[in-house]
Write a protein that binds this ligand. Structure first.
Ligand code: KIV
Length: 280
């Protein structure tokens, strides 16, 4: 099985084949999404919210990201493993970004993703020069929700849309191999997709992109709140809840474990054991 590379991403855009990326944060789900045929597995910093239960992505750092990248990489997926650079790991300087990106690659990532636009061009250049494939992330940057004023739809007015399109071009020039476009009006993503040579992968930015990405917990029905732009394909929460409820019920009723779930030592064993113990 040939590993998906950045050359495959490029080829897909040229051929008009859609790219599919989904998040995963651990070994079993990395195995499942890889078997399902995704091109890339994003170890997203969304893990702060969907796995750790925090209200935003600010509270996790390199330690948590490395831990989860290792779990995903242990699945040895055919899909490319993309690791998010968490809040605080790259903003200070390109040098700091490089040190942290190297840690993610050593943990098993095949590429890193960084939130931000033109202001990151030197950082992207530094990482790419060091041999690290970088995925850009523009439009809504959840790590900057405090300055944005929430998880807003971006690019509604043309002046702001122009900046997002320019960000995409600067990132392409700096060397990113793909760009995530999050929560913009669909027209902005369309214009960017037509104006850059690298693939665009959208979340909440409409259908005119080279690929789509979703948060796995939204796809599986495990998130408490699902954004309007995501789609839930199964009620895994309901399925898991019923399964664990059945376990609770069976233990209480003495139905589990039944005869096939344990091994017994034989007919005279209990008597013998009790006899020996009685001499203590
Ligand atoms: O962290 C994440 O899951 C992401 C996706 C929303 C693209 O960055």
């Amino acid at each position: 099985m040939k590993k998906v590379t950045i050359a495959d991403f490029k080829r897909k855009k040229e051929r008009g084949e859609k790219i599919v990326m989904v998040t995963a944060y651990d070994y079993p789900f990395a195995k499942i999404v890889d078997e399902a045929g995704v091109d890339a597995i994003l170890v997203g910093d969304s893990l702060a919210m969907v796995v750790m239960g925090y209200d935003d992505t600010h509270r996790i750092g390199m330690k948590e990201m490395i831990h989860h990248v290792k779990a995903v990489a242990n699945a040895k997926p055919r899909a490319m493993v993309v690791a998010d650079m968490p809040f605080g790991s790259y903003e200070e300087s390109p040098e700091k970004a490089l040190r942290n990106a190297i840690k993610l690659i050593k943990a098993g990532a095949d590429a890193v993703k960084i939130e931000g636009g033109a202001e990151l061009s030197n950082t992207v250049r530094k990482l790419v020069q060091a041999g690290i494939p970088v995925m850009g992330h523009i439009g809504l940057n959840p790590q900057r929700y405090l300055t944005v004023g929430g998880y807003k739809l971006m690019g509604k007015d043309v002046a702001k849309a122009v900046k997002i399109v320019r960000d995409a071009k600067v990132l392409e020039e700096a060397g990113v191999f793909a760009i995530v476009i999050e929560h913009t009006v669909a027209e902005v993503a369309k214009v960017i997709t037509e104006s850059v040579s690298v693939p665009t992968i959208c979340i909440g930015s409409g259908p005119w992109c080279d690929g789509q990405v979703l948060v796995l917990h939204d796809v599986l029905g495990l998130s408490p709140e699902i954004p309007y732009f995501a789609k839930t394909y199964v009620d895994l929460r309901g399925i898991a809840l019923n399964a664990v409820r059945s376990f609770v019920e069976e233990v209480k009723k003495g139905v589990f474990p039944s005869r096939e779930h344990y091994r017994s030592a034989g007919t005279n064993y209990l008597e013998e054991l009790r006899k020996v113990l009685s001499k203590d």
